[in-house]
Design a protein around this ligand. Structure first.
Ligand code: CMC
Length: 368
């Protein structure tokens, strides 16, 4: 029997996270991700994901310092960033630049030190590419600032309010890790050949780039902009569903309830007092779309996913839509690298079968 898209196929064991689709729970190393996102820093949860336990004060200090100490990029990387054309998609530029990090420091076997290095540089690379594309001077990392605040600072050159930093931090914790999604699976497949961690995350970035995975929040903003008011929502959604097109920000391979990350993000959005009018439309469209999806796709239990409210958070912090998928990438680096390490601890190369449906043996015509 073929399982297209490997639906329901268990391809590995993991102790990193549990995505409980029936109950709508996301658990990181035994802890509820929603509670972690509301109470802890990015650095603390990255530590939890890599090491399996929450850091004490000393370990917290250690991980924060390590991430700061690893932010520096070699000059050839900045030169490469300047060389890439500005009209190349930001995600493609990030993929290319990350792949250029493949030096000896990333040899097999993968380590937490390598994971820290990649997690520390990915915001620096992303911010540098973004500023270059927009014709602005690249801003170097600021040692005074934590991981998330420094990312925002390198993007904008400005300091932000605590509430906005915490909102982005909440989003970045909630998107740090998510079981065997397409990009994480990609990273494990590459790593299973005993290739290096840089190759594994380069492949993962390629998978993340696709609109069915990491590219959805831009689609959510486009959708709400097109709908623009409550009166036009129903007709717009019906037309979309009649054309058998998917609504961005809805549906998930695993969740059969509202995605718990959407739940947490909708709470965070309320706390920061995001654009009320836009949020009100978002709540309205969410409710209506879930009803209409039940009408058009009975029994499928399609609900909002993380990208729906990610769009709201990004809008609140005034982040350009061109940065949505790159920012998802900046946070997911933690999950990818943790999976690459886990894969290496009990490795079997991934090598599934394909059912051949082509022609059977065809006789070659003699040329003489
Ligand atoms: N809008 C309309 N119909 C949908 C949607 C949607 N967003 N999602 C699923 N369906 C329908 C689908 O057409 C199918 O109908 P039928 O059985 O009649 O052919 C049924 O529901 C089952 O869907 P599926 O395509 O088998 O579901 P999947 O697990 O293969 O796809 C998905 C999951 C996320 C790719 C899909 O729901 C989708 O394309 N959503 C929109 C894009 C999006 O929001 N992506 C972000 C995902 S969350 C981020 C992450 O964790 O990666």
């Amino acid at each position: 029997m073929i399982s297209k898209g490997l639906k329901n196929v268990v391809a590995a064991e993991t102790a990193i996270s549990l995505v409980d689709g029936e109950k709508g729970r996301l658990i990181y190393r035994g802890y509820n991700a929603k509670e972690l996102a509301l109470q802890y820093s990015f650095e603390e949860i990255a530590y939890l994901i890599w090491y399996g336990f929450l850091p004490n004060d000393h370990e917290k200090q250690m991980i924060s310092e390590s991430l700061k100490n690893n932010r520096e990029l070699p000059s050839y990387v900045y030169q490469l960033i300047q060389t890439l054309p500005c009209d190349m998609e930001i995600m493609s530029q990030i993929r290319t630049v990350v792949s250029a990090l493949g030096t000896k420091e990333f040899g097999w076997k993968p380590t937490v030190e390598q994971a820290i290095r990649l997690t520390a540089v990915i915001p620096v690379i992303t911010a540098a590419i973004y500023r270059k594309v927009n014709g602005e001077k690249i801003i170097l990392p600021n040692r005074e600032l934590g991981h998330v605040e420094n990312y925002l600072y390198m993007l904008t050159g400005k300091r932000h309010s605590f509430a906005l930093i915490r909102a982005l931090e909440g989003y970045m914790i909630l998107t740090m890790e998510h079981g065997m999604n397409a990009s994480t699976f990609t990273s494990r497949v590459v790593s299973s050949t005993e290739s290096d961690m840089v190759s594994a995350v380069t492949g993962a970035i390629g998978a993340m780039k696709g609109p069915l995975h990491g590219g959805a929040p831009t689609g959510v903003i486009d959708m709400l902009n097109e709908i623009s008011n409550k009166e036009d929502a129903e007709i717009w959604i019906r037309q979309k569903l009649e054309r058998k097109e998917n609504l961005m920000g809805f549906g998930h391979r695993v969740y059969r309830t509202r995605d718990p990350r959407a739940e947490a993000l909708s709470e965070i959005t309320k706390q920061i007092g995001a654009d009320d009018e836009w949020l009100e439309l978002a709540y309205y469209v969410e409710k209506l779309a879930v009803q209409l999806l039940e009408e058009y796709k009975p029994g499928r239990r399609i609900n909002t996913n993380v990208e729906f409210y990610a769009a709201a958070v990004m809008k609140a912090i005034d982040m350009s839509p061109s940065l949505f998928t790159p920012t998802f990438t900046v946070s997911r680096m933690v999950g990818w690298t943790a999976h690459v390490i886990e894969q290496s601890l009990d490795n079997t190369i991934f090598r599934p079968e394909a059912k051949y449906i082509g022609k059977q043996t065809v006789e070659l015509q003699s040329l003489v």
